[in-house]
Design a protein around this ligand. Sequence first.
Ligand SMILES: O=C(O)CCC(=O)C(=O)O
Ligand SMILES: [Fe+2]
Length: 299
Amino acid sequence: MSLNCLTLTDAESATIQAIIGKKSSPAFFGARSCDRMPELDNCVEALPTRVREAIAEIRMGESGTGALMIAGFRIPHGLPDTPTGIYEYIDGSEVGTEGYLCLLSRLLGPAISFEDWHGGAKIQNLYPLPDRRNVQCAANCVYLEMHTETAFRPNTPYFLILLCLREGREPVYTILCDLREIVNAMAPEAKKVLGSPSFCFAIKDDHGGRTEPKPIETLHSGHRRLNYAEALMGIDEPSREVLAELRHQIQKKARLLQLKAGDAMIINNLYMVHGRTAFEPRFDGTDRWLQRLLVGSNA
Ligand SMILES: O=C(O)CCC(=O)C(=O)O
Ligand SMILES: [Fe+2]
């Protein structure tokens, strides 16, 4: 899998912190939007050259890096306890790291959001929630199934950035897998099936309903895109066989990576799928806490 890792020096982290620290006063920055930080456009030079080069490599399309880990950003002292209820996206509820995510996204494309997710916030706070424990969403604490972020939507993100604010008390692993390697190695007939509208989700009703079947491999604005979710089903025998093979290969090739406080992970959502291992939350303010930013297309 093509994964690139680099670690910021203390000096580099401090430089970035100084820039975003100045820019993240609630007066012009709310967690709902990072468009309200146009000043950051002129600050991307604050990012070390090697970070900018590594980000350029993840933007190279088919031949680009699958995921980029940038470790070593210093999370501000006095980070509040991890919330245990719904996050309040209001001016003043920022923790001071939002500007870093905005800064990184400036080199990738526009931040996007979904009205039905986190009230449309472009920086989303993710931590375990008691009533989401067993739901397949980022706030659960059971195994989070492998997925393309918001797969099969017209505006499925091109990239996502995860920033770990707090890693929690027990090791939790983000799981990554590059679908390019797997799909490229498949037989031509299997590839054809992947490009056909044969994959759907079961709808939880009493009538055995399902969503409209769609292809796993598509061409979207000139970009090859692979959509996947572990809950997908095939509509016929060939698609079920190909899906079983894909699932098997994902299990075989996936890699575990523990995000520590200050680690930012940029994932190419055109080709990579991700998930997370299960963990036992405490709901006492010490649980794992991530911030996420979704990046859309410039095209
Ligand atoms: O918790 C993680 O490491 C990944 C969560 C996730 O899938 C996401 O934030 O999109
Ligand atoms: Fe996700």
